[in-house]
Design a protein around this ligand. Structure first.
Ligand code: ADP
Ligand code: MG
Length: 679
């Protein structure tokens, strides 16, 4: 990256080259409405895209860059293709049709002719566009003359050719975002300061930001991205290092004994080689006095719970307690049903902890939500804790557990590459269930426009008539859980009278009392219900192998990760399973919504989907995806940045005991991760 800067980055630097004391980093946290040209209405639309502050704009990662456009002599401009012209500025005019609007028009000529080039809402450009300045402009003919999309002023290399394309929405298009990013960079680049010491990397964050948005070429864009990713990784690594207690001692649990042997025999199936390998790794960890910190990774339905139960029973046979912690009450209840069914056969008492329990709990195995350990529930003999679906184990929880240093097994269905597992958890050992039990068939997914939804229900009834069960997931239309519940109730009622008349339809939503919820799940499990109409409370953990088809209504409203989790509710038995995604008419959808649904149809590989999700984020977040826990990583590439991560780890180790702004930045990262999946 050039320090002197040319093109747009150079312009930014011109404005920036003032003493460092001038920087006011706090301004980056200001709302977008503080930017020129951004009113309340636009701010609201930006918020819907996850852009609230100036920093959110600056840190929005371009999804890709536009291909170079044809360069055209001015006299041959015609039609409305996007093209590039190169010329010299003549006269310049600024008009202000209203308080918030400004139009800059510069007469630009080349050897063949001359045209008025127009910029909207960037009045400061008038100062740059002095007569005789060379420019390179990308845009198209409009009734205003040449409507400029991207540009180089002064230095006419190729910035204009590689315009960034951002995750956008119908309300705020990528071109508008591009304009806003430029405004934000121009106004605030000098407020961007480096949280890491200068020795870390010659390139400064603000240069990297300018270059990642408006690069001269794709190589420069990639270098800038790497610079920003490195910083993210160092900070995250520092955060993780800082939250570890290296002196912790756990109870060694020795060799597997008679109880887990009986458990094996009680299982109705043989474990897969992947499950066996994971169990062997866990057993090795449990024999040591160093607390286990292991991630058990496997896609939805791959059979993690069986492995987790083994770990919990190891604690029990050593005369101690095991705890299974889930992100939601529904999932905790689900786990409880599964665990209890097995443990009843083994004579091991299991307790389900709900929100109201306080004080000390004495069951051998305790199942509850993540929140429990933060709320003062004491597990006096805890030796093994299994933490399900919490992608970053928050500091508070680490602290709560640190007093007794149990062996911890984290489980996740969102596949995290080993490199990122290390990043997110620090030195974490990883066991992977790379394949589900052998007789599983991949779920067949179809995307159905709303106009053909009756066919989807027809298909569903075929399954029901064959003795199978089904889920119907209600649209995510309401923000409030109560209204969502009411809408789900109404939908279940409607389905009972219409598409599903004659079938036994149950209802599951977040406003049912725990006992009611348990009863519904029990009834569904025991085939007293044919169809479960549900909100996203069934997203994780619900396990009914006889359910072979799922309809997701208004699937375009869900996030990608969420749809993948939902889909994981079927395909859990030996039968071929189906997931039918019903959406509004395809042409009404945003590009991002279409991309999400296409991705789901194309692949059931959670790894692949996790990566596409990150690419599409922006909008995905708004639509209620569960936090993947990696949301602080904006510029890091899941798979590609292994070498960068190694470097970041080294740097973080070198910095961890030194004072500097990086300590605060790192602490902030972990600080706000606790509530994400508890919210
Ligand atoms: P996960 O927690 O990874 O989503 P589960 O542990 O809930 O997956 O397992 C999904 C389903 O597969 C459950 O019905 C479980 O009983 C079943 N299962 C697990 N392991 C095996 C196996 N080795 N063979 C056959 N079925 C299995
Ligand atoms: Mg599970």
């Amino acid at each position: 990256m050039t320090r002197t800067g040319t093109g747009f980055a150079g312009m930014v630097l011109d404005r920036w080259s003032r003493p460092r004391g001038w920087a006011r980093p706090e301004l980056l946290g200001a709302g977008v409405e503080t930017l020129p040209g951004v009113g309340a209405a636009l701010a609201k639309r930006l918020r819907a895209l996850g852009v609230e502050t100036v920093a959110d704009l600056l840190l929005r990662r371009p999804r890709r860059y536009e291909q170079a456009a044809d360069e055209i002599p001015i006299s041959q401009l015609w039609g409305d293709d996007e093209v590039v012209i190169t010329g010299v500025v003549g006269s310049v005019r600024v008009r202000k049709p209203s308080l918030r609007r400004a139009i800059v028009t510069a007469q630009v000529s080349d050897a063949t002719g001359s045209i008025g080039a127009t910029w909207f809402n960037q009045p400061w450009l008038a100062d740059k566009l002095t007569a005789g300045t060379p420019v390179r402009l990308r845009g198209r003919l409009s009734r205003y003359g040449f409507d400029v999309k991207t540009y180089d002023i002064g230095d006419v290399r190729a910035t204009a050719d590689f315009a960034p394309v951002y995750p956008a929405s119908e309300q705020v298009q990528s071109s508008r975002l591009r304009e806003l990013v430029r405004v934000a960079l121009t106004a605030h680049a000098r407020d961007v300061v480096d949280p890491l010491p200068a020795e870390l990397d010659e390139a400064l964050r603000r240069d990297a930001l300018a270059a990642v948005h408006f690069p001269h070429d794709l190589a420069e864009a990639e270098r800038a991205r790497e610079r920003l990713a490195l910083e993210e990784l160092v900070l995250l690594q520092l955060a993780v290092l800082g939250s570890r207690d290296e002196s912790a001692v756990a109870v060694p649990l020795g060799e597997p004994g008679a109880l887990v042997a009986r458990y094996r025999e009680a299982l109705p199936f043989a474990l897969t080689p992947h499950q066996e390998a994971a169990i062997a790794e866990i057993d090795r960890d449990l024999a040591r006095a160093v607390p286990m910190q292991r991630l058990l990774q496997g896609d939805v339905g791959s059979g993690k719970t069986v492995v987790a139960l083994h770990a919990l029973l190891r604690a029990v046979e050593a005369g101690r307690q095991g705890a299974l912690m889930a992100p939601t009450e529904t999932l905790a209840e689900q786990h409880f049903l599964t665990v209890e069914a097995i443990c009843a056969q083994l004579g091991v008492p299991v307790a389900l902890l709900t929100g109201s329990v306080r004080g000390s709990v004495d069951a051998e195995i305790v199942v509850g939500t993540h929140a429990l350990i933060q709320e003062g529930v004491a597990l006096p003999r805890l030796a093994v804790a299994v933490v399900d679906e919490q992608h970053r184990f928050g500091v508070e929880q680490r602290r709560a557990l640190a007093t007794q240093s149990p062996h911890v097994l984290h489980m996740t269905a969102t596949p995290i590459p080993r490199t990122l597992a290390l990043t997110v958890y620090g030195d974490l050992a990883v066991s992977e269930i790379a394949k589900p039990p052998a007789d599983r068939k991949p779920i067949v997914t179809a995307w159905v426009g709303a106009e053909r939804s009756s066919e989807a229900y027809e298909r569903l009834r075929v399954h029901l008539d064959a003795g199978r069960q089904a889920y119907v997931v209600c649209p995510l239309i309401e923000k409030s859980e109560t209204r969502l519940a009411r809408a789900a109730e109404a939908e279940a009622e409607r389905l009972r009278r219409a598409e599903l008349s004659g079938y036994r339809v149950g209802l599951l939503h977040g406003r049912l009392k725990p006992a009611e919820r348990r009863e519904v799940m029990r009834a569904f499990k025991e085939r007293e219900l044919d169809v479960l109409v549900a909100t996203t409370v069934i997203e994780v953990g619900v396990d009914v192998p006889n359910a072979t088809i799922m309809i997701v209504q208004e699937a375009d409203r869900f996030g990608l990760a969420q749809l993948h989790q939902l889909r994981g509710r079927v395909g859990r038995g030996t039968e071929q399973s189906y997931c039918l995604l019903i959406s509004r008419p395809k042409e009404e959808l945003t590009d991002a919504a279409r991309a999400r649904l296409e991705a789901l149809v194309e692949t059931t590989d959670g790894f692949e989907l996790a990566e596409r999700d990150l690419e599409l984020r922006g909008e995905g977040q708004l639509l209620g995806t569960r936090q993947s826990g990696l949301s602080d990583l904006r510029f890091t590439r899941l798979r590609a940045d292994r070498a960068l991560l190694e470097r970041a780890r080294g740097l973080a180790l070198a910095l961890r005991d030194e004072d500097g702004p990086w300590q605060d930045e790192a602490a902030k990262l972990l600080g706000d991760t606790v509530p994400t999946s508890l919210a």
